[in-house]
Design a protein around this ligand. Structure first.
Ligand code: RI2
Length: 326
């Protein structure tokens, strides 16, 4: 088995469907057909589960090698959201102890299902906790398209609260279009603004709710590019700034000094071909980091916590795995 670019290619035997599952999921995550940190985590876990379910062969050594390659392919699809890493790693947990391919298959399928269920439940819990912070008459701002943040807004609306939402366009992918469509369809009073209107509008905003791709051990939040600008503007306007993030968005690697890789995407996402002189360089980072001091609270499925609490929650969840290994 070898990895060529992003495609899993078998060099040992005839093509089997497991390769299609992994290659297809990886490609759909990479080209953003599947996007959003929670969704890509569930898609990654699910792909590994389906890989196991349809795997043919009984040689444990070959299976381990194929699983390693499949895992690497999924993880290489997008680099920033640690949710993908956590989703995949909680799926493969315990598989090293399996004595046979059948046993490994069972573990992987069970873990994948458990992760997806845990993830969906976490988003629902966050919605119920966060909705308490929206009051009648409030103006709320959100950025990009976060299922956790939109869950909060939709839950408050479902509870009959009357409020309005300002949603940023979120260039270059314009996920704000998805957000306003989703909220309008749910019956929420929603206004689309361009990204550079954030500070102008912020004075009228009561709460900001954004999602998270990765949360570091010191409470910084990595989320869609522009998030830190919302946080700065909110801080200056004394507006509450809330991050909605499931605990599988906490990055264990950051406890041991690793930096979060910020994904840079194609320049073609920013300008059309021929629109600007060829000599102009384009820089397209798609995430940024918001320091803990600009965040009022992180709304997780284990409660609404200050960013400084992230480290202790991670330690509790990781247990013995917390000891540093090279
Ligand atoms: P949920 C998205 O990334 C956005 O940055 C969003 O805030 C974050 O994932 C979390 O999304 P992208 O895939 O998990 O649009 O809350 O690059 O859905």
């Amino acid at each position: 088995m070898e990895i060529t670019g992003n495609l899993l290619i078998s060099v040992k035997r005839d093509a089997v469907p497991v390769q299609d599952i992994i290659a297809e999921t990886s490609e759909r995550i990479r080209d953003m057909t599947i996007r959003g940190a929670g969704r890509i985590a569930r898609a990654g876990a699910d792909a590994i589960g389906r890989f196991a379910e349809t795997y043919q062969g009984n040689d444990m050594e070959v299976f381990r090698e194929d699983l390693r390659a499949a895992t690497r392919t999924i993880l290489d699809s997008r680099p920033t959201a640690v949710s993908l890493w956590n989703g995949v790693h909680s799926t493969i947990m315990g598989v090293d102890d399996a004595a046979s391919v059948d046993q490994a298959r069972e573990i992987l399928m069970r873990n994948a299902r458990a992760f997806c269920e845990r993830s969906e439940k976490a988003v629902e819990t966050i919605a119920r906790i966060g909705a308490k912070r929206i009051r009648d008459g409030d103006s709320v701002m959100t950025h990009c398209n976060s299922s956790a943040a939109l869950g909060v807004i939709k839950e408050a609306h479902r509870q009959g609260k009357e409020f309005r939402v300002f949603a940023t366009e979120s260039r270059p992918w314009r996920q704000g279009i998805l957000t306003v469509t989703e909220l309008a369809e749910a019956g929420v009073d929603v206004t689309l603004i361009i990204d550079s209107a954030v500070r102008y509008v912020m004075n009228d905003i009561d709460e900001v709710f954004v999602g998270a791709d990765t949360i570091t051990s010191h409470g910084a939040v990595i989320n869609k590019i522009g998030t830190s600008q919302l946080a700065l503007a909110a801080h200056e306007a004394r507006t509450n700034f809330f991050v909605c993030g499931e605990t599988y968005k906490f990055s264990p690697m950051t406890m041991f000094g690793d930096m979060v890789e910020i994904e840079e995407r194609e320049t073609s996402e920013v300008v059309r071909p021929g629109e600007i002189p060829e000599s102009v360089k384009i820089f397209n980072p798609v995430f940024d980091s918001t320091p803990a001091q600009y965040i009022d609270a992180i709304i997780t499925e284990v409660g609404m916590v200050p960013p400084t609490a992230v480290y202790s929650i991670m330690v509790r969840q990781l247990g013995d795995a917390v000891f540093y290994k090279e």
